[in-house]
Write a protein that binds this ligand. Structure first.
Ligand SMILES: [Zn+2]
Length: 133
């Protein structure tokens, strides 16, 4: 229904969204395949943007020396100084896409790098073996 007054339109939309019928319609939409696909595409785009920012030379790839993994599903963020636990406590335990969103909003803070899962694991093992030796 067209409104001449934008405030009235906005108020009517708000009331509809809060109504039982509005909530049911939104819930049905959010569970639809179309909405899920759009959400996945949007989240992948954000993940790619964040991981590219923390990659070397502005290209999406692992920061490990001579590693050429650039598959989005195989890459993740790594705390360079292994202070991820402290960082999560400070940022309300944000993980996954919510953390990527937080990073973008806060201007990509320093101290992170993009690593592939194999090199994340290798870095962790290297630290553990370094303590044993
Ligand atoms: Zn790698």
């Amino acid at each position: 229904m067209p409104y001449k007054d934008k405030r009235k339109q906005s108020l009517a939309q708000y009331k509809y969204q809060k109504s039982k019928k509005g909530k049911a319609t939104r819930s049905k939409y959010l569970r639809s395949k179309n909405a899920q696909t759009l959400r996945i595409l949007r989240d992948n785009k954000l993940k790619e943007e964040v991981l590219t920012h923390y990659s070397k030379s502005g290209h999406l790839n692992c920061c490990w020396k001579s590693c050429c993994v650039s598959d989005l599903d195989m890459l993740s963020l790594d705390h360079i100084k292994d202070d991820g636990s402290k960082d999560r406590k400070q940022n309300n335990f944000l993980t996954g896409i919510k953390w990527y969103r937080w990073l973008r909003i806060h201007g990509f803070p320093k101290g992170l790098q993009t690593l592939c899962w194999n090199h994340q694991w290798k870095k962790r093992l290297g630290g553990r073996y370094a303590l044993v030796r």
